[in-house]
Design a protein around this ligand. Structure first.
Ligand code: ATP
Ligand code: MG
Ligand code: MG
Length: 534
């Protein structure tokens, strides 16, 4: 059946949807507002937008809000925000909860036709019966009784709460998704939109076919792990259409789920990280959420390229983060300004015997090859600061190059008893050949104007590349996924805005997480991975 989807895969995205007509295609992205969007959702939403645009149709954003225990307005608001960040602009926004009244009427009609029944088999037993293909004792209840229980459920009475409603499909079918799936459940938790109006809620399995059809969705894009449920979707929609003949058909088109190495994507697991304080929030830069990734310095064009490169492949693979960060680096490197920082702890002063007596300020480009990045001040003084690591590498008498300045002979290297370098004495050699030196060193003038920086390095929160069935997340948590390094940065950093990406020379790419506020508080810069293994 799936083979019917004739796919001509020339370019990564040159695929056809079966039964698609220009101007008539309607797709939908249906997030449940039970978390923030992650990179997998980014893929799903981009695919839906892609097809809607390609066929000059429309895309619906549907909040699939059928479980009040998990859903919140906070999530609705952040999903809207995330889509905007991804430059995904739905043509319409709907809520599954808007369809509750009609779905209740529909269910009543279906009960009357003997298509649904009320069941109070305990959960465990129901699971066993489903595994073994055994009919529930309630399967052939009289219609009147089913209607009565359904009323009780809608009122949330004690008797009602013991029940669920199931669709009578085929308890012996080899496809277990067809063994009388549950279609309505009681839940007394107030719903984020409908409050306490409803006490009974449709399941995804019942709501999805109905709402897709009722909203005129022509192509329902689903991730491949729902393959077993495709038959169920079609069967349930067919029953719904018998009762409501005006409901149109819906095509199903499958695409592969995006998984990333060392990453959990399930919202339940992500919520666990938030609830147990292992990350700061859903926007933590270690999270695969859109907001987390953007805070880590990922750019939207890189994310889009990454997703579109995978195209319509139906193989579910574990993608490497390095691949994404390499794409990102190619985009940010040509356009980000260059700045300088030195690790605050154990920084080493270099006295330049022939350096300028008074500070000299030059105005230079923030990126040598890109004037569009603007200009910055370069201050030269007769005492400069370098990293301990660099100081250790210098031999007495060696000629080195101070970047953006020139060559210098190091006439003396002073160390303390423990072998740490505590100071260098240098003699500038303006005529020296910068190509001839081995060490090109980063330096800062030793002036009050330097800024305190907090450089934050993040790592995976999960230690295992591919999480397997049966793994306990608690056992896989990386206890060391955040490292902070105090540094001082050039005075120009004062002007950087939150979200701006820069390169700190020889230290890598960083994004401003907290801009300069006052001298009491260091700026916070998050390190951006560049795709090279550490
Ligand atoms: P969870 O099961 O963790 O609560 P979900 O994956 O079901 O979440 P939804 O909010 O229901 O999340 O997903 C909205 C849409 O995004 C669905 O169409 C789903 O198939 C798609 N989607 C979710 N995760 C991924 C993923 N990793 N790759 C591709 N698409 C995804
Ligand atoms: Mg879901
Ligand atoms: Mg899921």
């Amino acid at each position: 059946d799936g083979k019917k989807q004739k796919e001509k895969s020339v370019g990564s995205f040159d695929i056809k949807l079966v039964g698609a007509e220009k101007g008539k295609v309607v797709t939908r992205f249906p997030p449940e507002p039970s978390g923030y969007l992650h990179i997998g959702h980014a893929k799903a939403s981009l695919m839906n937008q892609y097809f809607a645009k390609h066929y000059e149709g429309k895309m619906i954003l549907r909040f699939d809000d059928t479980n009040p225990s998990k859903e919140k307005d906070e999530f609705v608001e952040n999903i809207l925000h995330d889509l905007k960040s991804l430059e995904i602009h739905p043509d319409e926004t709907t809520y599954t909860s808007d369809h509750f009244p009609k779905m209740l009427v529909l269910a009543e009609k279906m009960i009357k036709k003997g298509m649904l029944y009320a069941d109070d088999t305990p959960v465990e037993k129901m699971r066993e019966e489903r595994m073994e293909g055994i009919d529930s004792v309630r399967r052939n209840r009289p219609v009147e009784e089913n209607l009565k229980v359904f009323k009780e459920m809608q009122q949330g009475t004690e008797e009602g709460q013991k029940h669920c409603i199931r669709v009578k499909l085929d308890m012996q079918n080899l496809n277990k998704a067809l063994r009388d799936p549950v279609c309505f459940r009681c839940n007394l938790t107030p719903h984020h939109r409908t409050g306490t109006t409803y006490k009974v809620y449709p399941t995804y399995d019942f709501a999805c076919p109905y709402v897709d059809s009722a909203e005129g969705v022509t192509h329902s894009l689903r991730t491949i792990e729902y393959k077993d449920r495709e038959a169920q979707f079609k069967w349930i929609l067919k029953l719904q259409q018998e009762v409501e003949p005006s409901l149109p058909n819906v095509n199903i088109w499958e695409f592969s789920r995006l998984n990333m190495v060392n990453t959990v994507m399930s919202k339940r697991k992500l919520q666990w990280f938030v609830d147990t304080g292992r990350v700061s929030s859903w926007t933590d830069p270690r999270f695969p959420t859109v907001q987390g990734l953007l805070r880590r310095g990922l750019t939207v064009p890189a994310l889009r390229d990454f997703i579109l490169q995978q195209g319509a492949s139906k193989n579910t693979t574990n993608q490497e983060w390095d691949k994404l960060w390499t794409l990102n680096k190619k985009l940010i490197d040509p356009v980000c300004g260059r700045h300088t920082a030195v690790v605050a702890d154990k920084r080493v002063p270099v006295d330049l015997v022939n350096g300028p007596a008074e500070p000299e300020v030059e105005i230079v480009l923030r990126h040598r090859k890109n004037p569009a990045t603007g200009k910055k001040a370069l201050t030269k003084t007769n005492r400069i600061l370098i990293d301990q690591e660099d100081a250790k590498a210098v031999a007495k008498g060696e000629e080195v190059t101070f970047m953006s300045w020139g060559n210098c002979f190091i006439d003396d290297v002073k160390t303390d008893a423990s072998g740490e370098v505590v100071g260098l004495v240098g003699r500038l050699n303006p005529g020296g050949d910068v190509k001839a030196t081995k060490l090109k060193l980063t330096w800062l003038p030793d002036i009050q104007d330097n800024l305190d920086l907090n450089l934050v390095y993040y790592d995976h929160i999960i230690t295992k590349k591919k999480i397997e069935e049966g793994d306990k997340i608690e056992d896989l948590v990386n206890p060391d996924s955040k490292k902070e390094v105090a540094a001082i940065g050039d005075s120009n950093c004062r002007n950087l805005q939150k979200g701006e990406i820069i390169q700190l020379e020889r230290k890598g790419y960083f994004i401003v997480d907290e801009a300069y506020l006052n001298d009491k508080k260091p700026m916070v810069l998050n390190h951006i991975p560049d795709g090279r293994q550490k």
